[in-house]
Ligand binder design. Structure first.
Ligand code: HEC
Length: 153
């Protein structure tokens, strides 16, 4: 009797673990959008720039998540330039994912589509409005950061 119920519990737990694995690891890994995101790793320079972004806390003021309601019609500088809505696949393999919470500055998901390397450099060095200047960053750090920002298309 006791043996039967222990066996049933073991089977139940095994089934639950298997279901969890399929739902949270296997199915997402098969998603074509997730595979595409993983297939295009950042260059070494952009990866270093991403760490500057993390270290400097850019994600405190900037999100990288375009909400469905603002997709296409959202406006940063001109109507529609905020870009397509974000999907979970966008964050595949990102550690940490830079979703952000506060929207003190514009969403940066597609920032590369509306700016240039030169404008980014000037902005980072001089600041603008609520965007603080980052004069203490080295030339190499700024170059890395710009390389990272230019991957956000
Ligand atoms: C204190 C909040 C704050 C922090 C921290 C911050 N920003 Fe900003 N950022 C802003 C604001 C506000 C703007 C809008 C400036 C304007 O155009 O008036 C902005 C603008 C920008 C833009 C231009 C966006 C566009 O669509 O034109 C980029 C790129 C940017 N920030 C990158 C960064 C990076 C990289 C960091 C970290 C090194 C950073 N920001 C840190 C507030 C912040």
């Amino acid at each position: 009797m006791l043996k039967d119920s222990v066996g049933a519990v073991v089977r139940l737990v095994t089934a639950a673990v298997l279901c969890g694995f399929v739902a949270s690891v296997l199915l997402p890994a098969l998603d074509p959008a997730v595979r595409a995101a993983r297939a295009t790793p950042l260059s070494h320079q952009a990866a270093r720039g991403r760490w500057v972004y993390v270290r400097e806390g850019c994600a405190v003021c900037h999100t990288q998540e375009v909400r469905a309601v603002e997709a296409r019609f959202g406006m940063v500088r001109g109507a529609g330039d905020i870009g397509e809505a974000s999907s979970p696949a966008q964050y595949a393999g990102q550690d940490p994912a830079l979703v952000g919470r506060l929207r003190l500055g514009p969403d940066l998901t597609h920032v590369a589509a509306r700016t240039s390397a030169q404008d980014l450099r000037t902005l980072l060095r001089s600041g603008k409005g609520g965007m603080p200047p980052y004069r203490y960053l080295s030339e190499a750090e700024v170059a890395d950061l710009v390389a990272y920002l230019l991957t956000l298309r």
